[in-house]
Design a binder for this molecule. Sequence first.
Ligand code: RNT
Ligand code: ZN
Length: 412
Amino acid sequence: MSYDSAKAAFADWGVDTEAALAKLAEIPISMHCWQGDDVVGFEKKSGSSGGGIQATGNHPGRARTPDELRADLEFSYSMIPGSHRLNLHACYLDTDQNPDRDEIEFSHFAPWVDWAKDQGVGLDFNPTFFAHEKADDNLTLSHPEQGIRDFWIEHGKRSRDIAAQMGAALGSPVVNNVWVPDGYKDTPVDRFSPRKRLEQSLNAMMATSHDKTQMLDAVESKLFGIGVEACTVGSHEFYMGYAIRNETLLCLDMGHFHPTENVADKLSSVALSVDEILLHVSRPMRWDSDHVILLDDSIMQMAQELVSADLLDRTYIGLDFFDATISRTAAWVIGTRNMQKALLRALLAPWEQLKSAEDNLDYTSRLVVTEEIKDLPYATVWAEFCSRMDVASGKPLAAALAQYQTSIEGRG
Ligand code: RNT
Ligand code: ZN
């Protein structure tokens, strides 16, 4: 089918494909650096892992250096229409020095900033509160020992400073997202004290205010993790209250709720109480397994809520998945494109007609429309978007992904 016929088919439902394509081109997706190397990072340290987020699999071609990761990112961005962002973790520093987490500085990330400028890519940032001997007990900002808390508070402060400097250098605010693994394997007898300590540590960390044009604070909740099955200190209620009271962004990770909860349903509720939202779009399978996101119902519902509730302007869309059993670059490309495809579908829905049917309690019309529009030629509009952006789709995309993967399999 030609794009003109597809355009006419959508116009028949009152939908303007040109407006949808223009809007889609403006939506940056923050691609997570950690899909490229299985959340290992570039610190010169004897590997400590933890926090329950280790990637599984050993597919060849893992990026082992910042240069390899940047090469993989450049290839991946060239397969994704539009201009996007890179979400860096503090453990991905690029320096010959060996600073501990409480010693990191902007200069350790300067090569990333130069690269981002050069590529026209925005940056986001995360302090790394896991994979470190001082996090081996799965307690960081809420640790009962003041010394351990102070170490992590210093790491968090420095991360905020670095993020703000990145934002200033790039002229685009850097979202600095805090996730800590803190929790208990078995039932704690005192849940209140660790939560009070986490709150105090966060307050100490965020005591300095930064210009919102440079850096935005976000906090990420979680239901449970491997090794912390009984209690997570930074639960959803904890961070929702924290974000509201302290006017930070609230990060909703789609893998951080009970598997039967609909995370898309939460957007309109939290949007009443927080100004801005950060998403970690992910795909949990039975637990927070961080599978590559598919163009499935959970992602499409998320995109529909963003569009229908007009939340795109106050939501930062970040991805959070890591699969080491497949090509890491293909994972990035397919996952990011799926988020865009979901957004495109949502932008191509006749929302006014659907909302008016709903307001008139005409649920029959609502059902007829939601189901009939599933037959519209979304693929043709998506192909048009890719072609205007000079990006491959279909078989040429598959061939390019396979060819790049082959080219990096010689890495040791
Ligand atoms: C962990 C959180 C967190 C991490 C990244 C690496 O459960 O989802 O966002 O995945 O910080
Ligand atoms: Zn996350």
